[in-house]
Design a binder for this molecule. Sequence first.
Ligand code: ADP
Ligand code: MG
Length: 456
Amino acid sequence: MHKQTWNQILAQISFSVDQLQFDTWFKQLSPVDNASSNVLTLQTHNKFISDFLEQNYKSLILKCAQSISADIEDIHFRFGNGAHPTVNKNLTDTRALSPDFIKRHTETSNQYKEIPASRLNKRFIFDSFVVGSGNEFARSAATAVAEAPGKTKFNPLLIYGGVGLGKTHLLQAIGNFIHSLDQGFTVSYLTSEEFYLEFIDAIKNNVAKKFSQKYRTSDVLLVDDVQFFSGKESTQEEFFYVFNTLYQNGKQIVLTSDLPPSSLKGLQDRLISRFQWGLCVDIQPPDLETRVAILKRKAEEDNLNIPENVLYFIAENISSNIRELEGVIIRLLAYASITKSDITIDLVQSLLKKTMDKGKSKISIDEIIEKVSDYYKVPQNHVREKNRRKEVALCRQIAMYITKSITNYSLKTIGLNFGGRDHSTVIHAIQQVEKLKDKDESILQDVNYIISMFKD
Ligand code: ADP
Ligand code: MG
C-alpha cells in the first residue's frame, strides 16, 4: 500500500478517536504488503495490541480504509515477524500494557461501538436525519411509530427505496428513540440475512425452539432488507410465524426493503400480503437542496469548512446516493487534514473523478471562466467578483450563458461561482446574451467559437 494512502486512512481514524487512543493504538501501525489488494494487513509490535485492535477497532479501521480505498474488504492484524522494522518495546509500551491503562482504554473505546443490547448504531437517530421532499413521509411515519410502538395503524411499517437513501438510518432511529425512552421495551434489530443465518445455525445446533422464542418476545422488531428472504423458504416460514405472533400481540414491526412489496420476487404471497397490512412508504433520492443540506450537516459534524460553491458542486455531481455524499466528505476531511490546503472545486474535482455522475458537468465553471476571460482579455478574478465595468459585465454574462448551455449546473450553482450572485441574476444574464446574439452577429460568433473550444 502506498504510504500516502495509509496516511490518509490514519488521518481518517484520527477523527474518530481521541488523541490518546490514537497515539496508543494506531500511530505505530504499519501496513504490510501482501498479495491481495483487498485485504489490508496491519502490523503491530505486540500481540496484545493486535488482539485489542481486532476486537475493538476492526470495524472502525475498515470503515476508514474503505472511505479512502474502496476495494479494501477486510483488515488483518499481525504482530512483528520482521517483515518490517519492528519497534522495540519501550517505555510507552509498558505503560500501554498496564491493567489500569487497558481498562481505561477499553472503556472509552466502547463509545464507538454499537449498543450491545440491540446492536443499534448511535449515529442513526432522528436528529441527524435531514428531511427533504423525498423522505419526509417516511420520516413522519417512522417518528409516529417510534412515539407509540404498536399503537398506530402503521403496523407493520415498511420503508422501501434505493441503496444509500437512509432506510437503515430511519429503521435504527426508531430503535434508538424507543431505547432512549427507557420504558423497558425490548427492541430487536437485525437484517433479514442475519435472521436467516441465525436460523440456519439454530437448526444445525438443534436449538430451533430457542430461536423461535427469541424474536417472538420482542416488543419492537426491526428487520432490515427483507428482500434477502427471497428464495429462502424455511426462513420465510419461520419469519411468518414470528410476524404473526408479534402482530397478534400488538407488537410493532418495522421492515425495510429495496423494492415495494408487490415487486419483491421469491417471497411467499402470504408474507407479501402481510407486509402490506400496515403502511408502505418509499424514500426517493434527495433533490439538490436536500443534498446540499445533508452535505452541510455532515461537514458541520466533522468541523470541516467547505465553501458554499463547493458544496453545490458536490451536490450537483453526486445525485443518487447519500452514502456517496458522505464518502466525499470523508475524503475531503482526510485530504484537508493532511495537506492543510483549502477545499476548492478543482480539488474536489480531482479527488472525485471516479465517483462523479458520468457524463454530467464534466466541464468545470472555472474552465469556462478561464476561456471566456482569455478570449475577451478580461482578468479572471474580475469575472468572478462583483466588478461592474461594462466589458467585465458582458464577459461574465457570456460565461454564465455558456455555462448554462453546455453543463448541467443549476442556476444557483452558476450564480455562486460568479461572485455569489443569485439565480435571478443568472436568468437575466442568459436573457441578455440571447438578445445580443440575435442583434449582434459578432457576439453570436464569439459564443459559438468559445463553445466549440469545449467540444473534443
Ligand atoms: P440504506 O439503508 O437506504 O441503503 P443508509 O440508511 O445506510 O441507506 O444511509 C446511508 C448513509 O447515508 C448513512 O450513513 C446515513 O446516515 C446517511 N443518510 C441517509 N439519509 C440521510 C438523511 N436524510 N440525512 C442524513 N444522513 C442520511
Ligand atoms: Mg440499509
